[in-house]
Design a binder for this molecule. Structure first.
Ligand code: KG4
Ligand code: ZN
Length: 407
């Protein structure tokens, strides 16, 4: 099954073109023809967060150049006779204009695009329909519907969080062709950690999975807490990697070099909901504790910065690891899948790996390059779903749902 996947839920525009199939041993294989992500993060940095109207405009601008890029990349691996030239008729042009009436500059660009580019024959267009920013999601959805009109291919919606969930089943040591995916576990826990989500999900039943949301943040997501703490400390955006880098420097630094005015043992930040009986999280209190700490103890030098970043990360990650381990233990699952932007964090990876060794569960992480938002994970999640399920075209029914959940 050849899938074109589109992701525009937040501040990355991403497209992927892949083949997915099942071999005689029921293993899923994948060939990646093209995959490209255009990030807008630099435009949003001045606002310290994603600005929805700007995100929408940047997605509109990126759609056609990205399509061109992944088509060009795919020409290497998709044979010439699998490409078609498109001659749009008047009805199709009218439908494209209707579908893209809110992205009208994209409509005219797309009609022009059809005159100069050939299109690969594909079986399915998968587009993220939530969760995320609805104005941003609609750019991808409407672009997918317009492509479906042109290519006469069904469109289906994909859940962004299932994309993050399945991003870790791609093996790490692969080239682009004939990749054998890791087996999809029959019973697993997923820890999804990003700028908008902190979720523990139970996966039951392998590829035809049922998902159960065990717990989620009741306020800020863990990535959001990293970003807010970075802002309080005067670092840049997105702040997660910057705070993590400082914390890591502190961890690796010989104690003899310390010149900090901060007495590390006196910075004791809370571990919110560490001992709560459920699987929920809370990160807004931790951020507020950092705010008060900084008010009373302004940063005087680089070492102070390192010490505060370190204690924040210890607190944030201790809760994630303890709750995830508890979910594994109480559910009886033997596998952990980790995904989302914060899964790039090496300390989180080390701590989860350590817990896996101590408590006998296997942990899968995505490639570093697939921790952020990307369309390859959308292709993966959709392929896994529709290799096992009949495709029903959603071209005329698909809607964005900013709060879409997995269960
Ligand atoms: O999944 P993602 O790219 O976008 C959302 O769907 O939100 O996640 C972005 C989040 C941001 O909050 C960013 O600061 C955080 O992931 N992040 C990190 C690291 N790399 C990215 N947080 C902690 N440590 C990191 N190394
Ligand atoms: Zn995401």
């Amino acid at each position: 099954m050849r899938i074109l996947a589109i992701e525009t839920s937040c501040d990355e525009t991403s497209m992927a073109l892949v083949d997915m199939g099942i071999n005689d041993s029921s293993q899923i294989n994948m060939t990646i023809h093209g995959h490209f992500t255009a990030s807008q993060a630099q435009y949003h940095a001045q606002f310290g967060g994603v600005f929805p109207a700007m995100a929408k405009l940047e997605h509109i601008k990126a759609c056609l150049p990205l399509t061109h890029t992944i088509f060009a990349e795919s020409k290497i691996s998709i044979p010439e006779d699998k490409w078609i030239n498109i001659n749009l008729n008047v009805d199709q042009i009218e439908n494209i204009n209707k579908i893209l009436h809110r992205e009208i500059e994209l409509a005219s660009g797309l009609v022009q695009f059809c005159k100069t580019e050939s299109f690969p024959k594909i079986d399915l267009i998968a587009v993220t329909n939530g969760p995320g920013l609805e104005p941003a999601l609609y750019v991808g959805i409407n672009f997918a519907r317009a492509l479906s009109e042109i290519m006469n291919v069904p469109v289906v919606g994909a859940n962004h969080m299932l994309g993050h969930l399945y991003s870790s089943i791609l093996p790490t040591d692969t080239m682009h062709e004939n990749i054998l995916l890791k087996d999809i576990p029959n019973h697993a826990i997923a820890l999804l950690v990003s700028g908008g989500h902190t979720e523990l999900i139970e996966i039951l039943g392998g590829p035809t999975s049922r998902y159960k949301l065990l717990g989620a943040t009741v306020d800020d997501a863990v990535g959001e807490a990293y970003d807010k703490v970075a802002r309080l400390m005067g670092l840049g955006y997105p702040g997660g990697p910057l705070v993590a880098k400082l914390a890591q420097e502190k961890r690796e630094r010989p104690k003899t070099l310390e010149t900090s005015n901060y007495k590390l043992e006196t910075i004791k930040l809370p571990r919110p909901m560490l001992h709560s009986k459920n699987y929920d999280f809370s990160y807004s209190g931790l951020k507020t504790a950092v705010m008060y700490y900084l008010r009373d103890n302004p940063i005087k030098n680089e070492d102070d910065k390192l010490a505060l970043a370190y204690e924040f990360e210890e607190a944030a990650i201790e809760v994630l690891v303890k709750k995830t381990t508890k979910a594994i233990d109480e559910s009886g699952a033997d596998t952990l899948l980790v995904g989302g932007g914060v899964s790039a964090n090496n300390y989180l990876r080390n701590q989860l790996q350590k817990s896996g060794e101590e408590n006998n569960f296997t942990v899968h992480f995505p490639l570093q390059s697939l921790t952020g938002d990307n369309a390859l994970m959308i292709a993966l999640a959709s392929g896994i779903e529709y290799l096992n399920k009949e495709i029903i075209d959603q071209k005329d029914t698909i809607k964005a749902n900013g709060m879409l959940s997995v269960a």
